[in-house]
Design a protein around this ligand. Sequence first.
Ligand SMILES: *Cc1c(COP(=O)(O)O)cnc(C)c1O
Length: 238
Amino acid sequence: MSHKRGTSFFMSIVENYLKIKSEIPNKITVVAVSKTHSADSIKVLYDAGCRDFGENKVQELLEKQKLLPPDIRWHFIGHLQTNKVKQITKNIYLIHSVDSLKVLSEINKEANKCGRTIGCLLQFHIATEDTKFGFSIEDFTSLDFCNQIKSFKNIMIMGIMGMASFTDNEMLIRKEFKQLQTLFTTLKQTIFFNSNDFNTLSMGMSGDYELAINEGSTMVRIGTTIFGHREYPNKPTR
Ligand SMILES: *Cc1c(COP(=O)(O)O)cnc(C)c1O
């Protein structure tokens, strides 16, 4: 951010975060989505106890990592291109947006090179919009596909992630979250039945996290309600 922020701006970030935390069950992880927001804003929330931060651009993530404490759990939530994987594997905590075998295989390769096992969520496409990346349940009807997903030694599949349609239609959002929850349970009882690590259902953003929690979310990704509106140089929000 180019302009200077006052103390009250930073205080409101902390207040927003603590309010959300106080209103939802303790066991739900809140990932503070800090994309487009400054390292200063992140540090203020860090000092208030937040350790989980979400970014969706590789370059932006790397720049912020350099400026901030090493015990932050960085979550990657944006579309990840195969050729950028190696830049983030050293310091990433959880990749929410794994949407192909190709990218999973690349993460595995790079994780192996730095001697890590990296947590990943499989992103599912449930929203009505075509633009969202992700797997579909049909992919999992292939035994070969399921075996490949499980074959990567340096990957820990920790659950799934999804986004509901961008709409005011609460019924539709609820239906999509129910679909994700069913998918999560189905995978947990089938291909991941012997994995204790498959526990995370990442769904819910500023506009719909309460609905998501009601439908079984274990991890919410909240940007605007904590940090305020994002300012993009030339792009519309979202
Ligand atoms: C930006 C983003 C969020 C946070 O959105 P808000 O509506 O600002 O809370 C959550 N998840 C993903 C994948 C995002 O890209």
